[in-house]
Design a protein around this ligand. Sequence first.
Ligand code: SF4
Length: 504
Amino acid sequence: MSGTYLGMPSFPRAAADSTRDMRLRGNLRHATHTIRAKRAQAVEELGDWAELREAGAALKERTLRHLDHYLEQLEAAVTAAGGVVHWAADADDANRIVTELVRETGESEVVKVKSMATQEIGLNEALAKAGISAYETDLAELIVQLGDDLPSHILVPAIHRNRDQIRDIFRKQMGSWGRAAPEGLSDDPAELAEAARLHLREKFLSAKVGISGANFMVAETGTLVVVESEGNGRMCLTLPETLISVVGIEKLVPTWQDLEVFLQTLPRSSTAERMNPYTSTWTGTTDDDGPSAFHLVLLDNGRTDALADTVGRQALRCIRCSACLNVCPVYERAGGHAYGSPYPGPIGAILTPQLRGVQSDLDASLPYASSLCGACYEVCPVAIDIPEVLVHLRERVVEGGTAVVRGQKTKIKPAKGHAAERALMRAARWAFDHPRAMRAGQRLAARGRRFTPRRLPVTAAGKAWSASRDLPRPAPQSFRDWWRHTRRDGGGSDAPRTGKESAE
Ligand code: SF4
């Protein structure tokens, strides 16, 4: 795996490879099941979890409805506190702004605290092209960077690696990025953590520029919030002279008080902790304390397009807790790389096609990367109805239609390879609109049920669909017919006639 998402295949093709990797599946199963069980316990401790979830969803929903207002309020507050706000319409804009800001400092190295927004825009690659080295300081991100790899989980980006692999990466790669791994480094977690600590400390102490994301931005005060577990965030946010934060515009909350909800739900949903070990907040700049220059780059990159979609916009409520990944049977088997985006799992399957569109094979395949079992919705602390958005996006893929792209209403063409699905859905719609024809069809199917094939040989998609499932055999009697018989018999029969089906 090389460290770029460019040219990645569609989800089914990537998943066909990753599901054969037994070591990857073992690592993922162990990690997701452990986190899942701990999360359930942490959530159970709170008697008002359901109310908190509802409050989080309502707060985010309301903020998104008035996003323009809160963004302006935030800009005014950050500016008044000594920060500078930059607006980035897309990834190129954001990368250009950050590169220029680093160049102005005269530095050629930056330290970063984990930021999904900067992964989304490919900031490290853009900085590298400008001769600037970006060092990831989150332990898992460090493992990913040293291994020339890609993150595969929102919270635990190196979840696909086990201890042996991490030891080998540290031994081979640490020396070429800075302080080498200690002689005889073993796979003991404490030794691995110490090696990373020593390696990173040199970076923290020498870096003059820090780059971060943020979990939340408070509109009323212009405050940014980062929650993390390792303390690397605190180092990146306080030691450098210049701090640049790249944050998606949806990360806003109106007031400090709103944080009360999310600082309870986020740690329990993500790391199963009652509170995050480090919660760092900063507002502009302060004389002789922390960075003397602060820049906030507000990133759109498809978010206002998603906002225009009344069904899809709920994806913007996401607080990146990763609970939906840890319960997803598809993610557990396919792993994060198959999603071809920094946002894997169920949230990636609804967010990426909205941020990037559904034109490429990969992006058009993502809304199908789900069994629609609904486990993701059950655990989501901001009640995003992920299955609803998946179905909505599938319709966009199959039927096309109107969507907002780069601020313009645009007619989207149906994606390639879905003609049979489209024809089938249209036939189904026609049949449901014509009850007589539907009844006749059901009776015909019941009579010929013994000739029903177990596989769909018609198209590649049909073959794929029935390769791992049997085509259900039509019932010997439809519900309508059973109902009519039951009524005619005066309610004597209390169950549908099942014929021989139980023996089949
Ligand atoms: S969609 Fe919900 S569960 Fe998934 S990462 Fe976002 S907030 Fe967490």
